[in-house]
Write a protein that binds this ligand. Structure first.
Ligand code: ZN
Ligand code: ZN
Ligand code: FE
Length: 781
């Protein structure tokens, strides 16, 4: 009885408590503090909220049960762009405080704050942009806490105006009022600005000299309408723009950029304009309109009103919607579609500085539409497509970086340098992996500069300088050389861990899905350096994060001319025929008109016979190229993967049934023999078989063959999880077919979404593999 009474008494007493919460994750620059402010006030709690380098600190004081309810409400209603990765709670003595405040940011402490990605103009700002009564009517730099630049304007942490390229624009009194009012949707919107106090546009001529103009935007639009090529400063770099419906302008852009056939991205004013060019399903609609606004690869409509030079020979367009206020204003100047391709010379990184653009794009652009808000971090447009109903990234940059990939456990810190092409770098810190935006092909000095710049930027963002470096095994990759020759400043003494390319592909996908333990890895790829020095790229691995065995591979063929064969698929067609048909291959090649002349066939045969510059290769990507050549789709390519993309595009309707293949053994290893299918393709082609049906049959055959190989490995190992990674899985037909077939066969199937399945995902796999080896105490290869 006494106890019951005691309980009743304590229940009646109002106990005032004070609790300190610490939130980390994406909690700055996303309207987190005003949200906390509003929530605390709605529960009538006292205290404060403060940005700190390690996150956001909140102290609330009041009745304990109301504090608990406040916390639940916070977690249930986070702002759209916020992502809380961790919270800490600590009871502290009450201070008798009244009211709730937002206090100034604190500058010291260990950073655990995640910098948000750049986000497309939000609906509220878009309405103001086109509202004649609004003070920001037609102002190209309008933004709020829900939208605008983030990563691309930061110089340091915490994310506050003083640490951005907006620091040199003092707020006018109107903007300051918004910035300081917790009830305003621009409260602490760090890039907040207006025509009175903020950045402004300038038009430059082809030599980079300013042109006096009251309406730089209207004048740039007029130039575009007249067929000019205009370089336009965007969010993460410059675009080269021209009117996509103007044949001459698009052809001129290609010619000046030395970009023969690689598809050019389009920007269209709105969804209706996108639907006029391409057939879109609901998932593609949603991805186009998402706040990340990637370039989305979508099926071309016939008779779409853009120049045939935009994406020659390709079944798809890359389309994006406007994402900055400047884009919205420009696209509404009467354009159906603008070509908006990266402002660079072919194979170089995107330009960001006004003077840099004027110098590097001289001779390409007829004029420059620039502004005086500096871009500090290079960030290309991201590229995505819908596969099996889900968004899949093939280039991860603007809108997604630097949001980290969450890992399943805490790992030792590692810096991973990626491969050579489509390169990115990654930093592993705790249970997060920070991937850099797309860097590109490390062949040019400019790309190599960006590679080093990216390491510095990402180390700043992650606030981590790992002393372990992971790299590829390929001795010729610039990234491998940078690791091995001590070219990363301050890290000359670092431990270096080399990771096999296809193992990195599989581990990257495992990391994205939080997998551990052994899996069957299908690494279907272009090319990567194998443990035996051969060119790998059609690999069946039994792998965990730290190690792998090569359980099998696609039956090898020769790569006559080595790297040259990538640009000359007819070489691969010849090599496949030679493997498939033996001695009679030259007659078949002649009948298929595969080679320039008979002399070339003899030379090629001799070259392969003697093994001169003809490394053995098991790459599925190269099989695709060779089959495209055999089908007469493409004998010479102007960019890597072009032939394979056209083969996918050609595959129309129902295929001609599955073609023969064989799963054989070579000692311990499973060998997938695709040459029976190649022979069949050549024969049917000679008998008048159409390319579309044979291309479809080839895809069906691969789906059957890869599934058969996975089933064989399952019988031997008991493993039932299949991980799909590597550049070939950008092929939607192959990936969707395989997902269906493997799932039907009872496998649990894992494939990339947020991290590119091509070499853009390699650095993540390298980092996790190296960290797992450190964790397991086996740093040697
Ligand atoms: Zn906004
Ligand atoms: Zn202002
Ligand atoms: Fe690869």
């Amino acid at each position: 009885m006494a106890r019951r009474g005691g309980g009743r008494i304590s229940g009646q007493v109002k106990v005032t408590a004070r609790v300190r919460y610490r939130f980390s994750g994406i909690v700055q620059g996303v309207g987190f503090r005003p949200f906390i402010y509003r929530t605390a006030r709605s529960f009538d709690l006292a205290g404060f909220v403060q940005n700190r380098p390690e996150g956001v600190t909140v102290e609330v004081e009041g009745p304990a049960e109301r504090i608990a309810a406040f916390f639940d409400a916070v977690m249930a209603n986070l702002p759209p762009l916020a992502a809380v990765s961790a919270t800490r709670r600590e009871k502290i003595p009450p201070q008798g405080e009244n009211g709730f405040r937002i206090t100034a940011s604190a500058a010291s402490g260990a950073a655990e704050v995640l910098i948000p990605p750049d986000i497309a103009l939000c609906g509220a700002c878009e309405r103001e942009l086109f509202d004649p009564a609004d003070r920001r009517h037609r102002y190209p730099f309008i933004n709020c806490t829900d939208c605008g630049p983030r990563l691309t304007i930061i110089t340091g942490i915490p994310y506050d105006r003083v640490n951005t390229s907006m620091a040199c624009f003092p707020l006018c009194s109107d903007c300051r009022r918004e910035y300081e009012d917790p009830g305003d949707r621009r409260f602490h919107a760090e890039p907040n600005a207006c025509p009175v106090c903020g950045p402004a546009l300038t038009l430059l001529d082809e030599g980079g000299r300013p042109i006096a103009s009251a309406e730089p935007l209207a004048q740039a639009a007029a130039a575009l309408r007249a067929g000019a090529i205009v370089a336009i400063k965007g969010l993460g770099g410059f675009h080269l723009a021209c009117d996509a419906t103007n044949d001459g302008a698009v052809a001129r852009l290609r010619q000046r950029k030395y970009r023969e056939e690689k598809p050019l991205a389009l920007m269209v004013p709105d969804l209706a304009a996108a639907q006029a060019l391409a057939s879109l399903d609901a998932a593609e609609d949603a991805l186009l309109r998402s706040p990340q606004r990637p370039i989305v690869l979508v099926q071309k409509k016939e008779h779409a009103v853009v120049s045939p030079h935009v994406a020659p020979g390709m079944p798809r367009f890359g389309i994006m919607l406007p994402y900055t206020p400047l884009h919205h204003l420009l696209l509404r100047e009467g354009f159906q579609a603008l070509v908006m391709t990266s402002g660079n010379r072919t194979d170089e990184p995107i330009c960001i500085g006004n003077r840099e653009a004027a110098a590097r794009l001289a001779g390409i652009a007829d004029g420059f539409l620039v502004h005086n808000r500096d871009i500090l971090v290079r960030c290309d447009d991201s590229i995505a497509q819908i596969v099996a109903g889900e968004a899949v990234l093939s280039r991860r940059a603007r809108g997604y970086c630097p949001k980290p990939v969450a890992l399943r456990e805490t790992f030792p810190a590692v810096l991973a340098l990626g491969p050579q092409d489509k390169s990115t770098i990654s930093i592993l810190k705790g249970d997060l992996a920070f991937l850099s935006p797309h860097i590109g092909d490390l062949a040019t000095p400019q790309a190599r500069d960006l590679f080093h710049e990216s390491i510095a930027v990402m180390e700043g963002i992650a606030e981590c300088r790992p002393d372990t470096i992971a790299c590829d095994l390929h001795p010729g990759y610039y990234s491998t050389l940078a690791a091995r020759q001590g070219m990363i400043p301050g890290r000359e003494m670092s431990r270096i861990i080399a990771v096999q390319h296809h193992h990195a592909h599989i581990v990257s996908c495992m990391a994205e899905h939080g997998l551990s333990g052994k899996v069957i890895g299908l690494a279907m790829d272009g090319t990567g350096y194998g443990m035996d020095g051969h060119v790998w790229g059609g690999e069946f691995l039994v792998a965990d994060e730290a190690a792998f065995t090569r359980a099998g591979h696609i039956k090898e063929f020769l790569l006559p001319g080595g790297e040259k064969a990538v640009r000359e698929p007819w070489r691969l067609g010849a090599s496949l025929l030679r493997e498939a048909c033996g001695d009679g291959w030259q007659e078949t090649a002649a009948a298929l008109e595969l080679l320039p002349d008979a002399k070339t066939a003899v030379l090629l045969d001799r070259m392969m016979e003697r093994g001169l510059n003809s490394p053995p290769c098991s790459s599925l990507g190269r099989v695709f190229d060779g089959v495209a050549a055999l089908l007469g789709l493409r004998r010479a390519a102007s960019f890597e993967g072009q032939a394979a993309m056209e083969l996918e595009g050609a595959a129309g309707g129902k295929g001609d049934g599955e073609l023969p293949f064989a799963v054989a053994r070579n000692g311990e290893r499973l060998i997938l023999d695709l040459f029976p299918a190649v022979r069949e393709i050549a024969q049917r082609r000679l008998a008048g078989g159409g390319a579309a049906g044979l291309a479809a049959a080839f895809h069906d055959t691969l789906v059957a063959a890869l599934t058969a190989a996975a089933e064989t490995i399952r019988e031997e190992t008991g493993l039932a999880r299949v991980v799909l990674a590597g550049g070939c899985f950008q092929n939607r037909l192959l990936l969707e077919g395989l997902l269906q077939r493997l799932t039907a066969a009872g496998f649990a199937v894992f494939w990339h979404r947020q991290v590119p399945t091509n070499d853009g995902g390699i650095s993540l796999g390298q980092a996790v593999c190296a960290a797992a080896r450190l964790r397991d105490g086996q740093s040697a290869l």
